[in-house]
Design a protein around this ligand. Structure first.
Ligand SMILES: [Zn+2]
Length: 102
């Protein structure tokens, strides 16, 4: 298991960790943003659990370039607000449960 998280440091010196998969799942680009909640659910199932960024840049927004060529941009404000959700293992656990027979 490699490191599958990115640690972001905030202006006040605190920091939060975000799973790559969570960041990818929360991509809000036109391609990923579906108005229909069911479509998003289906997308989650096909999400690549081993996805990794090839490039990371953090300023007013976190800019990520993934190894599948996709690009994600999430504003720092939004990330900070959602930091609690992004640090949990819940998403990964849910995927593992789905993939385990019995
Ligand atoms: Zn996207």
């Amino acid at each position: 298991m490699g490191n599958r998280k990115v640690k972001l440091e905030w202006d006040d010196g605190s920091s939060s960790e975000f799973h790559y998969i969570w960041l990818r799942d929360n991509c809000a680009c036109d391609e990923c943003k579906h108005p229909d909640a069911w479509e998003r659910l289906l997308d989650n199932v096909e999400l690549n659990l081993d996805i990794r960024p090839t490039h990371l840049e953090f300023g007013d927004a976190l800019e990520v370039e993934w190894d599948d060529g996709h690009q994600t941009s999430l504003s720092a404000d939004w990330l900070r607000k959602n930091a609690m959700a992004g640090t949990g293992e819940m998403l990964v656990e849910r995927h593992q449960l789905c993939g385990t027979p019995g």
